[in-house]
Ligand binder design. Structure first.
Ligand code: NAI
Length: 347
């Protein structure tokens, strides 16, 4: 079995090679490509049975058909989100597709909290000031989180982990999730989206990106948010209409935004562009606001999560090789994604 890993960084190689050497040395050869999977790079997978990809690889219908005609039969996502995969075409082609649904919800939840606390208490600005010998605290005023209302959009694995931490801070919790289970009720109240937006001091996004959630945060929903509220997005950039956010920041209605993801991140994130001119005027405008904090999609990036991602990715491959049922396969039936313990999702 030959596997081509795209968008491979040194840490992907380190963690995947460790699992391969310990468990799959005889059964699997892996070749690593630093660049992303796209129509142009598909030929590199021509003698491979499977490809392994990350969040910004292209897996649209054209790429999937090209992979299939090159002999590839399995797509292994080393991430939880699958919004970038054309699952309808995958179903038509009979491709095996599997993700790593829960490698460390706490890793992403803890990062969301880190963003909130950085933006709120301005530790990023304090760090720079102090290193220059400036111990003035003017402009670093924050808000005590205890007693604040936090709205969580999507209380799946990461949303619940985030709720647990905010609950520990002594926050009042609201959540909106049309498919919520019962677990959130021990931390707060399930409400409709409008109530959540109107009442929350902090709104944290943890729902998947689908056609139904694209630009969930837009001009209309931003207007419903409490003046001065903070928005946090560690889920997917496409949940937010970035131009509307810029407008809401300019009018001073939105109090701040912390984002680990950005809707046009594909061209930029995970690579060093520090010596180049960045053409994305929307992102560059965003970076000029003092109340905006942007990170390059690193919520998942902990040792524990990378260990889990490598282990689960190769055990997904093992299930495919053995032709046995895989708990992480994204099985679709008639364009509906059916997963254990999760509501069916129409594609
Ligand atoms: P999950 O599937 O456990 O939970 C998602 C929740 O969103 C579910 O409870 C679902 O019912 C809910 N939901 C679906 N449609 C909704 C809607 N219209 N409004 C509100 N809620 C809705 O997924 P998990 O593991 O919690 O991950 C959430 C997202 O986090 C992923 O889709 C992924 O995009 C993102 N993520 C980001 C990472 C990062 O490094 N920043 C790493 C891992 C995941």
């Amino acid at each position: 079995m030959k596997l081509a890993v795209f968008s491979a960084k040194s840490y992907d190689r380190t963690y995947l090679e460790e699992v391969r050497a310990n468990q799959f040395a005889e059964r699997c050869d892996i070749e690593y490509h630093a660049f992303a999977l796209s129509e142009e790079t598909v030929p590199l997978a021509h003698d491979c049975d499977a490809v392994c990809v990350f969040v910004n690889d292209t897996l649209d219908g054209r790429v999937l058909r090209a992979l299939h005609s090159n002999g590839v039969r399995a797509i292994l996502l080393r991430c939880a989100g699958y919004n970038h995969v054309d699952l309808i075409t995958a179903e038509e082609l009979g491709l095996f597709v599997a993700n790593v649904p829960a490698y460390s919800p706490e890793a992403v939840a803890e990062f969301a909290i880190a963003l909130v606390q950085t933006l709120n208490r301005k530790t990023h600005r304090a760090y720079n000031r102090v290193r220059e010998g400036n111990f003035n605290i003017e402009g670093l005023l924050g808000t005590t989180l205890h007693g604040q209302t936090v709205g969580i959009v999507g209380v799946g694995r990461i949303g619940l982990a985030t709720a647990r931490i905010f609950h520990g801070f002594g926050c009042r919790l609201l959540a909106y999730d049309p498919f919520a289970g019962d677990e959130f009720r021990q931390y707060g109240t399930l409400v409709d989206l409008d109530t959540l937006l109107q009442e929350s001091h902090i709104v944290s996004l943890h729902c998947p990106l689908t056609e139904g959630t694209r630009h969930l945060i837009n001009e209309t929903t931003l207007r419903k948010m409490r003046p001065g509220a903070m928005l946090v997005n560690t889920s997917r950039g496409g949940l937010i209409d970035t131009s509307s956010v810029i407008h809401a920041l300019k009018t001073r209605h939105l109090g701040g935004i912390a984002m680990d993801v950005y809707e046009a991140e594909g061209e930029l994130f995970y690579n060093d562009h520090s010596g180049e001119i960045i053409d994305d005027d929307v992102l560059m405008r965003l970076m000029t606001f003092p109340n905006v904090l942007i990170c390059g999609h690193q919520g998942f990036f902990t040792r524990e999560a990378l260990t889990e991602i490598a282990g689960v990715t190769l055990s997904n491959l093992s299930a495919f090789m053995d032709g046995v049922s895989c708990p992480n396969s994204l099985v679709t039936e008639g364009h509906i994604l059916v997963r254990r313990n999760t509501a069916p999702v129409r594609l």
